[in-house]
Design a protein around this ligand. Sequence first.
Ligand SMILES: [Fe+2]
Ligand SMILES: [Fe+2]
Length: 300
Amino acid sequence: MLYSKKGKAIRNRFRIAPGDAFAYALPCGGTLLRGGPDTKGDRRSMDLWILKLQREATRIASRHRIPEFYVRFKAPMAVARKLFFTNSSVVYLRGMVRPILQDEMGHGLLHSTRVGLDAATLIDVELMSSPLSREEVERLMVLGLVAGLLHDICRNESNHAESGALEAARVLQSLPMTREETRCICQAIRNHEAFVAPVVSDRPWFQLVSDCLYDADKFRWGPDTFTHTLWHMMDHQKLSAHELAAKFPWGMTGIRRVMETFRTATGRQYGPEIIEIGMEIGKEVYRYLLQFIRDNSHDQ
Ligand SMILES: [Fe+2]
Ligand SMILES: [Fe+2]
């Protein structure tokens, strides 16, 4: 539950009123709502003590350096952001997915937006010395943004990469995409899971979008894990602070493993640092969590 400064509970300010939009049922469970200016996602609330831990984790993260990727590639990032806010397909898609991409497991709209922006940035960086025209590069960046927004659309499914790819194909029918572009995006979504061998494509631009989506998604295993994802997962799974502390070392091991899996040259160069910074933050968060448990042991 969220609270105002005066301690009053703030109930869903973003609830969708009947008639604001029409529903589009997803086979993987959720409902996609289209149309209407008020189709904002239903914001989940968290327990206050989890919010407190998340706030402290964010404070810890703010003391750490910014990963080199985000310092060096500000220009491609600005292009990605411009496309995110101006490309008509991306703008339309953002409105479509907003109601279903909730942060239950930390894989909601914030996560998908960051993945899309980083995927588009990676595409631009990877193509810096290619003979493609600016228009062609930006079209591929749009595919990266779209893939990012859709990649976790079926996050609650057991095989969410495959289900997401199938669902994305359905969603993309309402966007001005060619069949090849749709196939490219779906292939990228199908390939985005960590520690699963990807399907290799003989088409370089399919491979590029796929690899950039993967790397952008795994960049989230850095600081985002501790400022965002962890707390939403914890809240969703109703974990206690003790249970989180017990799982923490195991989780850190998994994060370390992803360092070896980046697929683009840019990802291999800059991704491990993003993960390393995340792990530095994680170690401090873990110490704070243990202290928090000690301080609150009388309440447990
Ligand atoms: Fe995913
Ligand atoms: Fe993801």
